[in-house]
Design a protein around this ligand. Structure first.
Ligand SMILES: Nc1ncnc2c1ncn2[C@@H]1O[C@H](COP(=O)(O)OP(=O)(O)OP(=O)(O)O)[C@@H](O)[C@H]1O
Ligand SMILES: O=C(O)[C@@H]1CCC(=O)N(CCc2ccc(Cl)cc2)[C@H]1c1ccccc1Cl
Length: 325
């Protein structure tokens, strides 16, 4: 049962011995169960390879981490956070799913959904910017995925187009949970247990230990810069930056270096290019708000006029992705 709640091994195998005694055990996969293919990308501590399961011919992305490098760089904590968050986020189409973990003497392996469409950032760079229809669709899928994460007590903390991957049907697959914040299980007494940002700035704050992580400069929220506290609303700040960037082709806060970018964020120093769509502008203005508790909560974002007519829930994920032109 332990492995089930960890969610890491999704398969089970049944073995019946001579005496007819059947035991059900989690499937233990290993390197030899896969044919490794092309390199999909490299991280600071990882290499991600395409791989095929030799039994069911399913294709996966396998993230390989070198143990010595992880230990040397003191990143063991991030490995455990990535595993724990992925084990919590197992029931949503917009989140890269973890199927198995295994290891050998040199490496750790995470067997993940293959997102063969690459990064949203790559598509955005190629097109320059998105039209309203594409921004609505990708905004909706990202928001739906963030809402699910928050309902499971996970704050991503580094949302950005680079971490929004695309699957073979060009639907969203959010990745990179090594720097996420896992909230203690929601307290029953009056806390906002639906996972909605209660706007309470200490909601998910890392009050128990010094925050060592700050996200990517352009998407970092003011509260993280000011009080070193990330909360669910910090992901909604990043979401606002992403909506702006999809339509404008650049993020709202970008300066010559990180320090100047942080100054712009803390001063809310940004402006909209001419022709920026009115409805989107109104939405972004309600998200890029310095006080986390004054940001539009998820349910209000879903009913904002920018998303008028959007089908939320399962049909969002069943519809065809709009052609990116
Ligand atoms: N599930 C996946 N499917 C397809 N490609 C992936 C998948 N996960 C990661 N990649 C690609 O592999 C590359 C490395 O990803 P990885 O998460 O290992 O490191 P990273 O988070 O990008 O880098 P860093 O660790 O420095 O932040 C990325 O460019 C990403 O686009
Ligand atoms: O939680 C798990 O899935 C197992 C549990 C047993 C185990 O030993 N590991 C590896 C722990 C670990 C983490 C970092 C380094 Cl550098 C070395 C070992 C975990 C592991 C195995 C493979 C891939 C990732 C992880 Cl966290």
């Amino acid at each position: 049962e332990e492995w089930k709640e960890r969610g890491a091994a999704v398969g089970t195998q049944r073995e019946t011995d001579a005496s007819g005694q059947t035991t059900v055990r989690p499937i233990k996969k290993g390197v030899k169960d896969f044919n490794f293919g092309r390199t999909l990308g490299e991280g600071s501590y990882s290499t991600v390879l395409a791989a095929t399961d030799r039994q069911n011919l399913k294709e996966y992305a396998i993230k390989v981490l070198d143990k010595r490098h992880i230990i040397k760089e003191k990143k063991v904590k991030y490995v455990n956070i990535e595993r724990d968050t992925l084990n919590r986020l197992t029931e949503h189409p917009g989140i890269v799913r973890l199927y198995y973990t295994f290891q050998d003497e040199r490496s750790l392996y995470f067997v993940l959904d293959l997102a063969s469409g690459g990064e949203l950032l790559g598509v955005l760079k190629k097109l320059g910017s998105f039209d309203i229809e594409c921004t609505r669709f990708y905004g909706a899928e990202i928001l739906d995925s963030v809402a699910y994460m928050h309902s499971r007590g996970v704050i991503h903390r580094d949302l950005k187009p680079e971490n929004v991957l695309l699957d073979s049907n060009m639907h969203v697959k959010i990745t990179d949970f090594g720097t996420a914040k896992i909230l203690p299980d929601p307290r029953p007494n009056g806390r906002n247990v639906t996972g909605e940002p209660s706007g309470d700035p200490t909601d998910g704050a890392e009050t128990d230990r010094a925050v060592s992580f700050v996200g990517t400069a352009e998407y970092v929220s003011p509260e993280l810069l000011r009080d070193k506290n990330a909360c669910k609303a910090s992901d909604l700040w990043a979401f606002g930056c992403i909506i702006y960037q999809l339509l404008a082709g650049r993020p709202p806060f970008k300066a010559a270096n990180e320090y100047l970018t942080f100054q712009k964020i803390l001063a809310l120093d940004y402006s909209f290019p001419d022709g920026f769509p009115e409805d989107a502008r109104d939405l972004v203005e309600r998200l890029l708000v310095l006080e986390p508790s004054n940001r539009l909560p998820v349910e209000h974002i879903k009913s904002h006029r920018f998303f008028d007519g959007m089908q939320w829930g399962k049909s969002l994920w069943r519809q065809k992705a709009p052609r990116l032109s």
